[in-house]
Design a protein around this ligand. Sequence first.
Ligand code: SAH
Ligand code: SF4
Length: 376
Amino acid sequence: MTVNLLELDLEGLSGFCDQLGEKRYRATQLFRWIHQRGASNFEQMSDLARSLREKLKSRAHIAGMRVISQHESVDGTIKWLFDVGGGNAVESVFIPEEDRGTLCVSSQAGCAVGCRFCSTGHQGFSRNLTTGEIVAQLWFAEHFLRQRLATQRRVISNVVMMGMGEPLQNYSALLPALRVMLDDHAYGLSRRRVTVSTSGVVPMIDRLAVDCPVALAVSLHAPNDLLRDSLVPLNRKYPIAELLETCARYLTRAPRDFITLEYCMLQGVNDQPEHARQLIDLVRGNAKSKGLRCKVNLIPFNPFPASGLLRSPAAVVAAFAGILGDAGIVTTVRKTRGDDIDAACGQLAGDIQDRTRVDERMAQQRTFMMQPVQQR
Ligand code: SAH
Ligand code: SF4
């Protein structure tokens, strides 16, 4: 078996070059060919000696994942479904905006946390992605987009680990993948433009702070433990007070001076004025918590049948945002993008046990999602 070089960060690639008896600077050259130029075979690497290219061919390969499908939204959002074998697939979504291009990346096939409002959570957990499978999403998307736009310039400026899976439950694969994203010889993204989103794996937030402090988003979704226990089951292990204390510690190392709190608006469940007031107490600090510098991002819920939940009406979201805003908490309402291709948050569904019927099933899902939604 040869090594897939997408699995390695620069440190790993240097170790690999050592093993081949090659100088370490060769690793930088290789790394740049792979990630900056999108090379997938060694013959392209014209500045490497023929003997080295031959050696590489016998010991290594560069392989992305097979693209099962690509869907484009009228708003420019593109969603790819990648085959990860064993009947599983994961999704990545590219979201173009005026001043940036964001790629939403998956970290696991399925997810073990099992949040009530998340379709990935409803699928259960299949397996962790490897570093190479996480990196391959960016590698593919970046070079696909450059080719399409006929540019050498970087297209993807931001990465959010908000696709399928809980990134901090796949920490050992995530960490080298983040390093590849940040490395100047690869994608050169700044720490502020790479966001790890987590449902609150407390000990791993502390580790991330030490190992690779990138921007952090925490999926809060509820202002008290009773409610959060029922929406995000991980809360029973790491309750809100502990989570917010960990976030405050993270801030001492974070590249930004705030944590993003994500809050998915579920009609009649967590969207009432009382919830907003509880949230204000939490982040300002009260008897139970010390408070936290944060921004709140309200996410309109993207419904799917098995959840039995509904999206909060736009007026309710606006009222909730108003209460937080009046208390001086910076609050944004996320625009849903890619609705028409099922690419919005929480709609990513990668179980393709029956491959022959994927397109048919996707068409069905689309029909469901095309029903009127209140907030765009
Ligand atoms: N597991 C991580 C990252 C992936 S989920 C996490 O939970 O943070 C990315 C974001 O999408 C999270 O904030 C999650 O709560 C949100 N989300 C999940 N399902 C959703 C849905 N059906 N509608 C809107 N947002 C959803
Ligand atoms: Fe997993 Fe995040 Fe979905 Fe919860 S919201 S089930 S943690 S992917």
